[in-house]
Design a protein around this ligand. Structure first.
Ligand SMILES: [Zn+2]
Length: 85
């Protein structure tokens, strides 16, 4: 199982996200979507200086928070560029 990665803005000190593993599990279980959102909701605070953090949802799935550092126009992943470096 891979951890959910959540990107947060450079100035954010709070985060609010959804655990993808919980959403997947809820889908398998046939849980109502509104209930699934409540179960999968993860929120908290992150230090303004922290560039990354690892948190866990209520079910214990790992969620990796990463702070966006690049300008938005460079944030897309281009595998060809990565191969050139
Ligand atoms: Zn979860």
């Amino acid at each position: 199982m891979t951890a959910t990665t959540v990107w947060i803005s450079p100035s954010a000190t709070n985060y609010s996200c959804l655990c993808e593993a919980c959403l997947d599990q809820a889908r398998l279980d046939g849980v109502l979507f509104a209930d699934a959102l409540m179960v999968a909701s993860v929120r908290g605070a992150i230090g303004a200086e922290a560039s990354a953090a690892s948190v866990r949802c209520r079910a214990g799935h790992e969620i990796v928070l990463r702070r966006v550092e690049r300008p938005p126009n460079l944030s897309h992943h281009d595998s060809r560029q990565l191969q050139l470096t």
